[in-house]
Design a protein around this ligand. Sequence first.
Ligand code: ADP
Ligand code: MG
Length: 287
Amino acid sequence: ATPIAILVGTGRGAQLGILVTGPEALEQAEKIDTVVLDKTGTVTEGRMALADVAVDGIAREEALRIVGALEAHSEHPVAKAIAAWRVGDAEITGFRNHAGRGVTGTVDGLAVFAGRPAFAASQGAVVSAALADAVASGEAHGTVVVAGWDGHARAVFAVADTVRPESADVIASLHELKLDVVLLTGDNASVAQSVADEVGIDRVVAGVLPEGKVDEIARLQAAGHRVAMVGDGVNDAAALATADLGIAVGSGTDAAMHASDLTLMRDGLEQVDTALRLSRRTMGVIR
Ligand code: ADP
Ligand code: MG
C-alpha cells in the first residue's frame, strides 16, 4: 500500500474509534493469521457478579467485610464483584496485587490473601474439605476466589460473568476471514470451555498466569503464526506487547494502551473485526 492509503486507512480508523497506537499497525494487521482473545472483559462483559459465598469458621458478613475491603483496592472484575458486597469498615495496609493470581494485604491486623485456588495454596493455606467442595462446585459454573488468613482458607467466592451479546457473531466473522481464534485465560478450564462453546471458539488455553500468556503467544509465533492478541489490559500488557499485533479494547488500562498497536475505543469485540477488515482493505488485499 502507498503511504497515502495508510494515511487514509488510519484516518478512517480514527473516525470509527480505532486508534493506531503502534508503528506499522495496519501493515501488521493485514498479515495476522491467528487471533488470541482474553476472556474476561473481552469476550465476556467483565461485569462479574457474586453468585455464592461459602465460609469456614467465620460469619459470611465477616468474610465480606474483610475480603471486600481488600478487594476494594483492586481493579480486577472479580475484585469488583466481591467489593460490591463489602460491609462495615476495615483498615488496610500493605496492599499488593499479584497479577493474574490475586491480592494480599493487612486488614485489621490480619495478613489476608484472596485469589485463584492455586494462589491460596501458594500462601500456605489449609483448605477444609467443605471449602474444597465449594471450590469444585464453583468452578463448574464460574470463577472462584479463595480468601483467608492465619494459615487457613476461610471463604470461597463464586463469581459469574456473562458473554457479550456480539461475541459469537464477531468470532464467526473472524473465521470467515480464515483466522484461527484462540481463547486464552487465567481463569479455570471449565468456565473457559463453556464460554468457548457459547461463542464458537475451538481452541482454549486456560489456567495460565500472565507470563504463561506471553509464552503461549511466543509458541504460536515459533510455529510460524502471525498473532494478534486482544485484551482489556487487566494483567495482559506483556502479552499485548509480545504479539505481532496488540489490540487493547475499550475501557482498558493505560499500560495496555502503551503495550498495544491498536486501541479500540469501544468495549467488546466488534471493532476487532472492523479493524482487521479495514487493514486488509487499506493494504489492498480485499476491496
Ligand atoms: P483472565 O485471563 O480471565 O483475564 P486473569 O489472568 O486476570 O484472568 O486472572 C486469573 C485469575 O486470577 C482470576 O480468574 C482470579 O481467580 C484470580 N485473580 C486475579 N486477580 C484477582 C483479584 N484481585 N482477587 C482475586 N482473585 C484474582
Ligand atoms: Mg484479563
